[in-house]
Design a protein around this ligand. Structure first.
Ligand SMILES: [Fe+2]
Length: 230
């Protein structure tokens, strides 16, 4: 298994997992309405003809904004929680809620989440509402539900312990910290999701922003989340 990180802008990532000649995209980045944005330019070195599955960690523009483009050029089915549908159909997404001071600082520093220009609605081909085995799709892992940051958040957990966590764990400012989502729609669900990721055997967390993070970093972040809302 090979993991390729694709960076979009300074601290936003999406990923390609290559296994036995097949490629799974985990998120698709965002073209932010820039006409020149293409997967081919940001994913040099990845054979797009081998992409057989696209998993969206959640329906936020910086993770799923490029989905129409990605689906069009790869033809791969889209796996996502049904809660992504609103974004995929309209470009609108759930308003962020800062969870703590860091979240407020992050919130104050990002642009208002205006709807993205979705060229055409994109259907979810494989809706995920429960833990889902990826072996039938050719990848040695599973998808688990990890709500909190958003209610449609899912994570990919490989059998080897590599986890793709979207914004459930992140470095919000690219300053080398590791924290659980600083913008959250359900703090209790976020805590449960953190426990679930650790229980699933997380060894390394590949995040939508910053990272990757070691298990020790995620454990410390989880301790801070549980005990200090940090
Ligand atoms: Fe997000």
């Amino acid at each position: 298994m090979e993991i390729k990180t694709v960076s979009v802008g300074p601290i936003t990532n999406f990923y390609a997992v290559v296994e036995n000649g097949k490629t799974m995209l985990i998120d698709t980045g965002c073209y932010l309405n820039q006409p020149g944005w293409t997967l081919k330019t940001v994913m040099s070195g990845i054979d797009l003809s081998t992409v057989s599955l696209i998993v969206l960690t959640h329906g936020h523009m910086d993770h799923a904004g490029g989905i129409h483009h990605a689906k069009t050029i790869t033809g791969a089915p889209v796996m996502a929680h049904p809660g992504c549908e609103t974004f995929l159909n309209t470009g609108k997404f759930t308003w962020y809620i800062p969870r703590n001071e860091l979240g407020q600082a992050f919130y104050d520093n990002i642009a208002a989440p205006a709807p993205v220009d979705v060229p055409e609605p994109v259907a979810i081909d494989i809706p995920v509402t429960e833990e889902t085995d990826l072996h039938p799709y050719g990848f040695s892992g599973k998808v688990i539900l990890t709500p909190g940051h958003t209610l449609d958040a899912i994570s990919v957990v490989m059998d080897s312990g590599e986890c793709f966590v979207g914004d459930t764990v992140l470095d919000p400012f690219g300053e080398g910290i590791c924290t659980f989502a600083v913008l959250s729609l359900d703090n209790e669900a976020l805590k449960e999701s953190g426990q679930k990721l650790l229980d699933a055997g997380l060894k390394c967390a590949y995040s939508g922003h910053g990272g990757p993070f070691t298990r020790a970093q995620v454990e410390e972040a989880f301790f801070n989340l549980k005990d200090h809302n940090g």
